[in-house]
Design a protein around this ligand. Structure first.
Ligand SMILES: Cc1ncc(C[n+]2csc(CCOP(=O)(O)OP(=O)(O)O)c2C)c(N)n1
Ligand SMILES: [Mg+2]
Length: 786
């Protein structure tokens, strides 16, 4: 047997190897105790103020005790990055505590404000956590995209190739494999030939509700192999293997292999007596089995029958250390949910908590003296000095090298404004990126774009033609070589700066999330820009939220949008996305109308995503060409554009009406203002570039007593003036503006599914054309006057 040695060396003397194994087994025992105690303390000992169950997952943590101990205390190197199964958080924190990177106070405050988080969190738990997890499936998927980012950085020579690449590792619950995003990621990863990826499946055959189907896992290994992965199955531990090698031992193996998941789980729970009863019934005719049964008392029989390889430190270490190449590897580790705890194997144990009596028995069994529950080494067979020395020798003993700071990429003071009589914001975006692509600037070299098969239709073509598509290998553009005329040049090379994804929006957001963490995770900052059709943000919304929860920084360009996309019809016309833009933490949304606004905003966004306290940016763009204003944007105006609003037409002093619009409705809003000029002279025309930014600033001002941009602008109107708001999205996007300076608001927008049509028809049917605005203005003025 290959012995586990620090850093995977196998040439040290046997005795040393055995000592390391024993140390790891000892510390695994302590980690199991601490994780269980942490949850017990939170639920039974910490005073409750609200009567809520605090929760925590003792069984799920125990399931990964051996694997996590092996990884964190032996296998991992500083450059490796891990997504830990969310409900193994306590076990993860316990191991960090043993390594000296987590405090006792934070563990004692597990799931309390400021304490260790319920699920590992990059932003809340700090440097210990590589990838946040919580929404199952996403932590798994992002490791794949992170491996692609690592390769991208190395091939672009943005990070050193002197150290070996890190392994991107996901610890995966078996029921987590029901999440479809995992398969979307697998497929994409295969296309991009990802490397250095390990997915370790905690095959405890249980989900939250039940025992998982026996049939599923018959398929899993074949599935991974189909995608070019190596599959390593860790099924039986050394005790069971020794039993199988005895006379009639094969019968025992066959019996376990044929044992349905639910029976195996039930017997794990029942213990030795249950095993004996079933084995006697089924295998008593084999003398070798009778001998085995006679030799084992109930307790040791239970230990034998649950000796799965995922709880056998030697087997786990062997499997991990045996992988020395970069082929993606799936480890299927057979484990037991709640291993070593009284509810092991019980189908209802997912949220189960040991009661105080069970805990007292467990404490005794673990040899932990009362009052010394939080101590690192209390009750262990080894001396504290030897254990401390061992821990200090581990590759992850120092926390260095897990989080990097990277230099900011300089952004020019202005970007050239795309010119033209009529331009859409989407066209302007394509031209802005196209012109950035021509420059040999640090900025251009750090931009990376990506799109789920809508590169061309979101206008990234000019950028891609100039900067190329990323691929590990050089691949020619065959159409070009064959002299077939096309506007798109799609040569692929390791220097390419665009990642072409298949149509899976979850993958887009996981890819943006991974690119957006390149700085802190790998030490080289990238400025990611992803394009998508606006309505399909919903398709990947959880992955977007997940990327932002980790404070990944990127620019999302969503185009086309709204019913303005007219003939494409209701399935493609977005309605609620601007509300996501307002409500989504970590994201600031903009919906500019004009090319010059977008030039200001894109420049600002490239800086904002680099600021320590910055955020990611979402641009909602349109394909509708609009006549462009002739103006120079000065500093004051560009500040207002970034702040979220400015007067396109200033209101007269004490005007009784203003029309506030977003994006492409600039045309209708201006036309409506013209047509009411005679009846209501001096009405203001308020361009809203960012409802979300305005809203947030307004709310903050209510606390700090300052005056927000929205209030400053709206106070230019007469007190109680009428305000018509109009947006190609749900009316709630802007209706709140009425509360800022107590205007009488009449909100127009879309609150039904769209349909095919042209812009005049659709704007009329959905009540956002100039006539509807005029009508609304009249009604709002009446209400304001009454
Ligand atoms: C997207 C999502 N849906 C539902 C849940 C609730 N949930 C948490 S754990 C879990 C079951 C996980 O089972 P498995 O992955 O096998 O983990 P283990 O058996 O190790 O606890 C579920 C449904 C979740 N966290 N995320
Ligand atoms: Mg499970």
């Amino acid at each position: 047997m290959l012995r586990a040695l620090p850093g995977g060396r196998t040439d040290e003397p046997e005795a040393r190897a055995a000592e390391i194994l024993a140390m790891l087994e000892t510390l695994e025992r302590k980690a199991l105790w601490l994780s269980t105690w942490m949850i017990h303390n939170a639920n039974h000992l910490r005073p409750s103020r609200d009567g809520l169950k605090v929760g925590g997952h003792q069984a799920s943590s125990a399931s990964l005790a051996t694997i996590l101990t092996a990884l964190y205390l032996d296998v991992l190197r500083p450059q490796d990055r891990v997504a830990v199964k969310p409900h193994a958080s306590p076990m993860f924190h316990a191991l960090q505590y043993l390594l000296g990177h987590q405090s006792r106070e934070k563990m004692a405050r597990f799931r309390a404000l400021g304490g260790a988080q319920a699920y590992p969190s990059r932003s809340k738990d700090g440097d210990l956590v590589d990838f946040s997890t919580g929404s199952v499936g996403l932590g798994v998927g992002i490791t794949l995209f992170a491996s692609l980012v690592q390769d991208y950085l190395r091939l672009h020579r943005l990070t050193s190739s002197e150290t070996a690449p890190g392994r991107m590792i996901a610890l995966v619950g078996d029921a987590e494999l029901d999440e479809g995003n995992i398969y979307e990621a697998l497929l994409e990863g295969w296309k991009h030939d990802v490397r250095n990826l390990w997915w370790v499946i905690d095959y405890n055959r249980q989900s939250l509700d039940a025992v998982v189907s026996d049939r599923l896992f018959g398929r899993i290994d074949a599935l991974f192999e189909m995608f070019g992965w190596r599959v390593v199955t860790l099924k039986y531990g050394r005790l069971l293997q020794a039993a199988f090698a005895r006379p009639d031992g094969e019968q025992l193996r066959e019996w376990i292999d044929a044992c349905p998941n639910s029976l195996y789980s039930a017997l794990v729970y029942k213990g030795g007596e249950g095993w004996r009863e079933h084995l006697r019934r089924d295998l008593n005719r084999f003398p070798g089995i009778r001998t085995i049964l006679d030799e084992h008392d109930d307790e040791s029989l239970g230990r034998l029958m649950t000796n799965l390889a995922g709880h056998d430190m030697g087997s786990v270490l062997d499997a991990f250390h045996a992988v020395s190449d970069d082929q993606p590897t799936c480890f299927i580790a057979y484990t037991i949910k709640g291993y070593g705890l009284p509810f092991a194997g019980h189908k209802d144990n997912h949220a189960g908590l040991m009661n105080p009596e069970q805990m007292a028995i467990f404490q005794k069994r673990m040899g932990v003296p009362a009052g010394r529950e939080w101590e690192k080494f209390a009750g262990l067979a080894r001396s504290p000095e030897a254990l401390a020395e061992f821990l200090a020798s581990r590759p992850l003993a120092t926390p260095d090298g897990r989080r990097h700071r990277s230099e900011a990429v300089p952004v020019p003071a202005t970007l050239p404004v795309p010119r033209g009589d009529r331009l859409s914001t989407q066209e302007a975006f394509g031209r802005l990126l196209g012109s950035l692509a021509t420059g040999d600037t640090p900025l251009a070299s750090r931009i990376v774009t990506t799109s789920p098969d809508v590169t061309v239709s979101t206008n990234l073509g000019a950028w891609v033609n100039r900067r190329g598509i990323f691929d590990r290998a050089e691949r020619a553009d065959i159409f070009r070589e064959e002299k077939v005329v096309s506007a798109q040049r799609w040569a692929m090379a390791p220097q390419g700066q665009h990642i072409e994804l298949g149509i899976a929006e979850h993958n887009l957001f996981l890819q943006l999330g991974a690119f957006g963490l390149a700085g802190p995770m790998f030490g080289a900052r990238l400025l990611p820009i992803g394009t998508i059709y606006d309505p399909f943000i919903k398709r990947g919304l959880d992955a977007l939220n997940y990327a932002l929860y980790q404070d990944a920084r990127f620019i999302l360009v969503a185009t086309p949008s709204g019913i303005t996309l007219a003939p494409e019809g209701g399935a493609h016309q977005s309605v609620v996305e601007p509300l996501v833009g307002i409500g989504q933490p970590g994201l600031v949304a903009y919906e500019p109308a004009y090319a010059d606004e977008l030039a200001v905003l894109l420049r600002w966004a490239l800086e904002e995503i680099q600021r320590d306290d910055g955020e990611s940016i979402y641009f909602r763009l349109s394909t509708r060409p609009l006549p462009q204003p002739t103006r120079e944007i000065d500093t004051a105006l560009s500040e207002e554009i970034v702040a979220g609003a400015y007067w396109l037409r200033e209101p007269a002093a004490d005007a009784g009406l203003a029309i506030a619009y977003c994006g492409a409705l600039a045309v209708e809003a201006a036309a409506a203002r013209e047509s009411i000029a005679e009846d209501i002279p001096g009405a203001g025309l308020l361009a809203i570039t960012s409802p979300g930014r305005l809203h947030r600033e307004w709310r903050a001002s209510l606390k700090d007593g300052g005056r927000s941009t929205a209030e400053r602008l709206l106070r230019q109107l007469a007190p109680g003036a009428a305000l018509v708001t109009v947006a190609d999205s749900h009316p709630a996007t802007l209706s709140w503006l009425g509360a800022v300076a107590r205007n009488v608001v009449l909100p127009l927008g879309i609150d039904r599914f769209g349909q095919s049509g042209d812009i005049p028809d659709l704007y009329q049917v959905y009540g956002i054309d100039a006539d509807a605005i005029v009508d609304a203005a009249a009604r709002a003025c009446l209400r304001a006057g009454s």
